[in-house]
Design a protein around this ligand. Structure first.
Ligand code: 4AZ
Length: 285
């Protein structure tokens, strides 16, 4: 089995979130880059579709068990990254995590604001490829519905929001330095949709992963500095008020020449069966 550098890096760092939350004093893990991801604090009321994906059982209670991020796309339906639910991250299948939940309406993970809602079903894209990262999405069904005002629309194929140069925001509670510094509060970073060619050049396959334009979105800043990072995985990339991507992977965080790679939401819509998976799992979703 051939793992990319990025994949090898990503998994231990997701787990490092747990270590940070416990909190053990660990040496800064593999990411040597100290580039700040360049975000700013936001209140979750400004992005009510952003939810924390959490398990205190697996990741400790300090930050409410947050280990990934999700995007609310139906009243009872949340999208997140498939790799968030992998055995390497969870230590088991998702259904064996008894307290898998999403936290809505809570900006500061150490507060008791908002709602913790149990995940009643998790559908991981069966075509997710852990080597290329192709198809990195999963659908979570919630035990209770969120208000319709929390739902964000998904940008379909051909939507102008995917055009290179479009301004976008990425949201999450992930690492703010690339060295394992996990914030209490939700943050956002301003990025732009970048040309596919930029990510194709940065990630031609082999050591650092392979960018596939049909199923991924390239975003960041050409000069680096603003980016998603470990712990943001599954989080929403929003442009023109619509969901265009989910945080998926990249080489480090905020490095010039290594943009962030996102799961392309129009491809999630396209993939056969996902709608029925949502409907079956989510009731009114
Ligand atoms: C991760 O491991 C990860 N800079 C998420 C986003 C990026 C890199 C890694 C993009 O979860």
């Amino acid at each position: 089995m051939r793992r990319t550098f990025v994949r090898a890096l990503a998994r231990p760092l997701v787990l490092a979130a747990a270590a940070a939350a416990i909190p053990l004093v660990t040496a800064a893990p593999a990411a040597a880059d100290r580039v700040v991801v360049g975000g700013f604090p936001v209140d979750v009321s400004q992005s009510p579709w952003t939810v924390a994906v959490s398990s205190r059982d697996r990741f400790g209670g300090t930050r409410a068990g947050q280990f990934c991020v999700g995007a609310v796309v139906g009243r009872s339906t949340v999208l997140t990254a498939a790799h968030c639910l992998s055995p390497e991250v969870l230590g088991s299948t998702p259904d064996q995590v008894s307290d898998l939940s999403v936290i809505a309406g809570r900006t500061d993970l150490t507060s008791s604001h908002g709602r913790e809602i149990a995940v009643s079903g998790a559908w991981v894209n069966p075509d997710y490829d852990g080597d290329t990262n192709d198809g990195d999405f999963a659908v979570l069904s919630l035990a209770e519905a969120l208000p319709a005002s929390a739902v964000i629309g998904m940008a379909g194929a051909g939507d102008p929001a995917y055009a290179p140069g479009t301004r976008a925001l990425v949201y999450g509670w992930g690492d703010v330095t690339g060295a394992g510094d996990y914030p209490r509060g939700l943050r956002a970073a301003r990025v732009r949709v970048l040309p596919d060619t930029l990510c194709e050049e940065a990630y031609p396959g082999g050591g650092e992963g392979r960018y596939l334009a049909d199923s991924m979105v390239c975003a960041g800043e050409r000069e680096g500095g603003r980016d998603a990072c470990q712990g943001d995985s599954g989080g929403p990339l929003v442009a023109q008020g619509k969901l265009i991507g989910l945080v998926s992977w990249g080489n480090g965080c905020g490095r010039a020449g290594s943009p962030g790679v996102y799961t392309r939401v129009s491809d999630i819509i396209r993939i056969a069966g996902w709608r029925s998976a949502v409907r079956e799992g989510a009731g009114s979703g």
